[in-house]
Structures are given as structure tokens and as C-alpha cells.
Design a protein around this ligand. Structure first.
Ligand SMILES: Nc1ncnc2c1ncn2[C@@H]1O[C@H](COP(=O)(O)OP(=O)(O)OP(=O)(O)O)[C@@H](O)[C@H]1O
Length: 578
């Protein structure tokens, strides 16, 4: 695995050397407009090359050093971003023409953006939508009219921006922007080139110093629910986090927030007052007067209701300000407090349809795959795991009632970064899983390079050790004795294998594909073909497949990491097949 990673890295630097020699404009014309029969293949290669080169920005020593330096002086981050933007040929004033809706929050910003984008697209506007992270392919982060930008367009715009930055590198101490910064600049470039009517921009981390906060004049800002995440960057209390998030407020630009606990709400109010921005608190979804039927949401789960209310306010405000510019913005009723409840207006039929038709994969998503039903949710904080458990308990019970027989429940889990896995696993105990399966966010252990899903910031060994820790936590939480059965084996060619424990209902796999194979083989070979011998993934794993034999169905909850969910979707959901 490490060998393959380093090859990709090498490929990136070889490519960079190639770039140094090439004339940019001729490269674009030959690749972009070539009409030979080989064109589709050429484009595919170019896309992969673009993604591999992009990935070098994850490990670029100069960029990492810069990030480290800026951590101590966060205000430098926006200054640096402005410099990169200019080197890429853009000026910050141009971004004013993007008619931006800027959204932050700890949980629900992606879903809120998806609802908002869908509502405004339903009105006939050409939309841009920038979000993170991606599930399967990096181009999902940049959407035009709700669809991930195509490979050809991504490739074309990627090389334009990369080329400009690369050409000016030597006069700027060799610096290139880090991964997220680069993608943010790329998104702005794409939206300007593609002449979108509006752009919905999701903050990466925090708000005040996030590189998306380079924008000066959004039409409206939104703050989804606040909680604890990214504490090493944002601070270790919800109030400190609220201060960071409130940093996206702009003078005179209306902002909306969902209801927040008292402490962070007070911080938001103070931020709004100090910046001079009218801040409104969204009503509950029930408080919107309904014409006939209650509002229906395309995204499942009770927690999506506050996101939907925020999206209604954001799109309503955008429509009013953008399309009815003569109307003055009402100020919050109590200016001294700097915040007011927003009115629950009657959503138009277009808005109602927009909410109902919104799709946002990987969040409370149900996917049937043969006899196995997957419940996928990228919850990776305790707050979102609580929401996930509540959704899963309800929806899985509904499915069980219609299955007509015993159902085996499986948890497929992984967590990354500074996340508290044990706290998340504790919340999952009441779901009564028959099996708990752990694997790292590696899609396939032995496969060709899948550049879109590579993460160079963590080693394979660390990922697997984390899985074994999770397995141990789960066993402890379930009152199972600690057994010294699990072993981490690293083979000579660096392909890691993890032995499953005997006599327990926990399993660890080296990659997502092998976990999915275990699920489908256990089921297919035993249920669909009762006479056929089970072909084991590994002997120790086959022993665990036995209870699947009697099951009328298998329900698998995939949670703990959006990247894990993405890896599963890559294998199972045809709409993600490239
Ligand atoms: N209001 C909410 N409260 C709790 N959990 C939520 C809320 N909204 C979404 N979630 C859950 O949080 C996870 C991420 O959802 P979403 O992409 O909408 O949020 P996000 O703020 O963009 O998250 P991230 O920054 O982690 O990508 C999903 O599991 C989703 O079901």
C-alpha cells in the first residue's frame, strides 16, 4: 500500500516536471479539443492526472509548513488566500458577482446547502454549489445545477488554475496552496467561467479564518446547528466555536441561524452586533403556514427539519434581496439584542417541491443491494451519531416489519482524526447489532490507484490500529471480555491483513471491499444458493457467517465517517460508477 502511495506521489512530481517544460496554452488546446478516436481515453487519463497532481497538494511540504505557521496567526490565512487567488488570475471583487449564499455550522451545513441549492434551482436559476468533503470523486465538491462538474470540465479548469499558480510559484517562495484552498479557488473559477446565477458556498472548517471567508459580499449567510468538532483548530468550547462560525457575518448582510443553546447563541448575537449584521433565528418547520399538506423533505431524519427551515429562510431572503432589490432589508425587531425570530412565511409550491426533491447522498440514505439493505449516514460526531441512531432505529424497525422474518443487524464502522470513537460507539450499543464490523477508509486493498479517495495524511498502519482499538472499545462496551485474539499482520509486500477474532461478534477487515464481500458472500452463498458451499473471504470470517443463514434479511448501518460511506457507495451505488 505504501509503495502504491509513493508511486502516486512520484507520479505527481513527474507530472509537475512535465508541466515545467510545457507550454500551457498548447497543452489545453491539444487535449481539450482533440477529436481523435482516442479522445475519451485521453480525457480519462487527464482527469486522473489532474487528481493525482491535486493530491500532491495534500503533502506539499511548503504548503504544510505554511499551514503550521498560519495556525498561530489565523488572520494570515485570509491574506494568504487572497494572494493565491490573485496568482490564479482572480480578484476578490469578482467574487461579488457570484451572488453567494454562505453557510457554516457544525452539523447540517451540507444538508442545508443541498436544500437551498435545490430550491433555487427549482426556480430556474443556474446554480453553483461548493461543498466538502466528497464521497467518491473530488469533482462532487463542485456542482453546477446540482450535478458534479464533468471530468472534462474539471480537467480543463484544473489545469488552468494549477498552471497559473505553478507558473508564479518561483516568485513566491515556491509556494502552492494546500488542497482545500486550491479547490476553493478552483470552485470560484468554475462558477465564474460557467456563469452561474448564484453560488451556494459551504464553509470548510469554522468560519472566520476559513478560506471561503474571502468573499466580501454574500447576499445572505446561514449558521446550521453548533456543536463540538475540530477542537484543535476552533477551540474546545461551543462558545469558542460559535465565535469562529459567526466570523462569516458581513456588515448589512442578513444572517439566519437555527436555534442554538443559550451560550453559543449569545456569542452569535454579540458577533452580529459587532459586525453590524441583522441576525434572525429560524422558526420550527411546523411554524410555516401550510396550504394543504405538511412540508415533506427529501432528506430523512428529524434533525433535517431545522436544516430545511434554515434553507427556506436563506432562499427566501436571497430571492427577496436579489430579485426585489428595492425592498429594504427589515432589521431585527430588537436591535439592542441584535437578533429576532424570523417569520414562518408560506413556502411557495416551488419551495415545497424543492425541499421534497432534495437529494444529498451519504446522509440518512437507504440503499437496497440484493438481500442486504444498507443504511448509510456519515455521522462522525456524538451529536450527529445521536441523530443517526434515532433515524436508524426508526427506519430499520419499519423495514423489519415488512421483511417477514428475522433480520441480522450489522454495524459497519470507522472513525478518523481526533474523533472520539468510543463515545460514538457507546451511542450505537442500544441498536443491538448482531455483528460489528470495522475497516479503514480504504476502498480496496489490492486495486489500481483510486486517486480521488487517497488520503496521504495518515498511514495504513495507523488506520488499522484505530480499527482494532474500535473493536476493543465495542467489546468492552458490550461487556465482552478482552481477548488477545485480534492480530495485526503486515505482509511483506505491505498489504495489511487483519485477523478476525474468533468467538466474538466483531470483525476487522483490511478494506471496505472485503467487508462488503463478507456481507454479500455470507448472504448470497448461504441464502440464495442453499446447496452451495460458502467460499470464505477468510476461514476465520466464515465462522461468523453462520447466523446469516437463517436471516430473512441483513440490515447494515454504515456510520462513523463520510469517507467510509463514500467507499461503500463507490462499490454499491451505480450512480457513483465512473
Ligand atoms: N442538524 C443536525 N443535527 C445533527 N446531525 C445532523 C444535522 N444535520 C445533519 N446531520 C448529520 O450530520 C452528518 C453530516 O451532515 P451534513 O453533511 O449535512 O453536515 P455538515 O455540517 O456538512 O457535516 P460535515 O462538516 O461533517 O461534512 C450526517 O450524518 C447528517 O445526518
Amino acid at each position: 500500500m505504501m509503495v502504491r502511495f509513493s508511486r502516486v506521489l512520484e507520479r505527481g512530481s513527474v507530472f509537475a516536471a512535465f508541466l515545467r517544460q510545457k507550454d500551457w496554452s498548447s497543452k489545453f488546446t491539444t487535449v481539450k479539443y482533440s477529436s481523435t478516436k482516442a479522445e475519451p481515453r485521453l480525457h480519462r487519463m487527464e482527469y486522473q492526472d489532474a487528481v493525482c497532481t491535486l493530491n500532491t497538494l495534500q503533502t506539499n511540504a511548503c504548503a504544510l509548513e505554511q499551514v503550521r505557521r498560519e495556525r498561530g496567526h489565523p488572520q494570515l490565512q485570509l491574506q494568504a488566500m487572497r494572494g493565491f487567488l490573485e496568482r490564479a488570475g482572480l480578484v476578490v471583487e469578482e467574487l461579488d458577482h457570484l451572488n453567494i449564499i454562505h453557510v457554516t455550522g457544525t452539523k447540517g451545513k451540507g444538508s442545508t446547502c443541498a436544500f437551498t441549492e435545490h430550491i433555487l434551482r427549482s426556480y430556474g436559476f443556474r446554480t453553483g454549489f461548493y461543498s466538502s468533503p466528497h464521497l467518491v470523486e473530488v469533482r462532487e465538491r463542485i456542482r453546477i445545477n446540482g450535478k458534479p462538474i464533468g471530468k472534462e470540465l474539471f480537467t480543463k479548469y484544473f489545469w488552468q488554475v494549477y498552471g497559473r499558480l505553478y507558473e508564479t510559484k518561483d516568485t513566491h517562495g515556491g509556494s502552492m496552496p494546500a488542497y482545500f484552498r486550491f479547490l476553493t479557488i478552483l470552485a470560484f473559477h468554475v462558477f465564474l467561467q460557467e456563469k452561474v446565477d448564484l453560488a451556494v458556498i459551504e464553509v470548510g472548517i469554522g468560519g472566520a479564518y476559513d478560506c471561503t471567508n474571502i468573499i466580501r459580499r454574500p447576499w445572505v449567510c446561514g449558521i446550521a446547528s453548533l456543536g463540538i468538532d475540530h477542537t484543535s483548530i476552533l477551540g474546545d468550547t461551543i462558545e469558542k466555536i460559535a465565535w469562529q462560525k459567526g466570523g462569516i457575518f458581513k456588515p448589512g448582510v442578513p444572517a439566519f441561524t437555527v436555534k442554538q443553546p443559550d451560550g453559543p447563541m449569545m456569542v452569535l448575537k454579540e458577533r452580529a452586533k459587532e459586525i453590524g449584521c441583522p441576525l434572525w433565528v429560524c422558526p420550527e418547520l411546523e411554524e410555516y403556514p401550510a396550504d394543504s399538506e405538511p412540508l415533506r423533505l427529501g432528506l430523512a431524519g428529524h434533525h433535517q427539519r431545522s436544516n430545511a427551515s434554515l434553507a427556506l429562510q436563506l432562499s427566501h431572503s436571497w430571492l427577496q434581496r436579489r430579485c426585489l432589490p428595492d425592498q429594504s432589508i427589515p432589521s431585527p425587531a430588537d436591535e439592542s439584542k441584535g437578533v429576532s425570530p424570523a417569520a414562518g412565511f408560506q413556502p411557495s409550491p416551488i419551495m415545497a417541491k424543492g425541499l421534497e426533491d432534495t437529494e444529498w447522498p451519504g446522509r440518512t440514505q437507504t440503499l437496497k443491494h440484493g438481500p442486504v439493505t444498507y443504511f448509510l449516514d456519515g455521522a462522525h460526531t456524538t451529536r450527529s451519531m445521536l441523530a443517526c441512531v434515532s433515524w436508524f432505529s426508526k427506519v430499520a424497525s419499519q423495514h423489519e416489519r415488512t421483511t417477514g422474518g428475522p433480520v441480522v443487524r450489522v454495524l459497519l464502522f470507522n472513525a478518523t482524526g481526533e474523533r472520539d470513537s468510543a463515545a460514538m460507539l457507546k451511542l450505537l450499543v442500544p441498536c443491538h447489532f448482531d455483528f460489528a464490523v470495522f475497516c479503514p477508509n480504504i476502498t480496496e486493498a489490492i486495486a489500481s490507484c483510486n486517486a480521488d479517495q487517497q488520503n496521504f495524511n495518515v498511514s495504513v498502519e495507523n488506520m488499522l490500529t484505530r480499527c482494532l482499538d474500535n473493536q476493543r472499545s465495542w467489546r468492552l462496551l458490550n461487556g465482552q471480555e478482552e481477548k488477545p485474539g485480534a492480530q495485526l499482520l503486515i505482509s511483506r509486500d505491505a498489504l495489511p491483513l487483519v485477523a478476525a477474532e474468533r468467538c466474538s461478534k466483531t470483525l476487522v477487515f483490511p478494506c471496505i471491499l472485503s467487508a462488503l464481500q463478507w456481507l454479500s458472500q455470507g448472504r448470497d452463498s448461504v441464502l440464495a444458493h442453499p446447496d452451495k458451499r460458502v467460499i470464505p473471504v477468510k476461514p476465520s470470517v466464515t465462522a461468523k457467517a453462520a447466523p446469516l443463514r437463517d436471516a430473512a434479511g441483513i440490515h447494515v448501518l454504515v456510520a462513523g465517517s463520510l469517507h467510509l460511506v463514500g467507499g461503500v457507495l463507490k462499490h454499491l451505488d451505480p450512480s457513483f460508477a465512473s
